[in-house]
Design a protein around this ligand. Sequence first.
Ligand code: PEP
Ligand code: MN
Length: 354
Amino acid sequence: MGGILITLSAAPQSRDNILRRTLVEAGASEIRVWKVGECTVLSAGDVTVDVADKVRSAVPCASVIYPVAGAPLASRSTFGPDTVVAAGESVAVGGAQFTVMAGPCAVETRDQLGECAAVVQAAGASVLRGGAFKPRTGPYSFQGTGVSGLKLLAAVSAETGLPVVSEVIDPRDVALVAEHVNILQIGTRNAQNFPLLTEAGRTGLPVLLKRGFGCTVDEWLHAAEYVLREGRSEVILCERGIRSFETATRFTLDLAAIPVVKQRSHLPIIVDPSHGTGHRDLVAPMALAAAAAGADGLLIDVHTDPTASRCDGDQALSEAQLRRLMLQLRGVLTAVGRSLPALVPLPTLLPARA
Ligand code: PEP
Ligand code: MN
């Protein structure tokens, strides 16, 4: 007994139905059917070997994995081509375009978020970041603005047209956060919180999955599998540094993980050089290196007044630093055959800072 995973390449509906019937007759539990690119995927639990054979003879399957183990849904060996993840109506992560997500570490006030949004949009970023629920090391540190922060994110997103990404730290808050954002972020400290991953995977929103700072690439892909096996959400991986003996940087940004992930997985991977280094002076060099190494995008802390930031101010870029980085990025991306989206004119609603 075990789970079964079946993929059909561009199969007509009738074949899904034949397979469903075969699985139901065998008493399979939890049958799910969904699309991954051009493929149809069926997954079911508790089936017998006989059914695996029956399935193979019933319809021409691209693959039948039985019993399922490892992380086949995240693997390139199961789904060859790169997956492009849509975020909001305008953003696609993992295609020819490079996606910059930027904004404050934490949502603080309406003015702070609005000003940051204007800055990141003017600089050419296409997604606004901002934590409403902050996973802090100590319980006495600022824990975020919670629900009011989520409301600010939704309001600023509606005004600017920028999709927003924000972190969810508690499985009980997944539905609430999902109502207000376009991408659900799962942070490094929750990278192996399996009930949280499962709950996020049920929303149908893309999940930006940070690498656990103590996780191998293999463990990270297994975490992605928890999201993907719910059959609704897609995953954007985010390298954000791992723990090593080095103390000169906050974490050790593992840029070699980019080509490793590209070999092993079809999922897009972006890089967070802000949390990865902890120092604003190190953000641009690591961002440019990530772009050169094949990352699909960046997640960057930006604050209009970094010294006043309530969270991670040392690693936040100023407006001028972000603008400079975006200019440099265009050069690196051209060299590796990618591009940033064209700059969109700013809405007049938001204050433009000099
Ligand atoms: C963040 O992006 O705000 C954050 C807390 O990141 P990480 O989980 O990588 O520390
Ligand atoms: Mn932070």
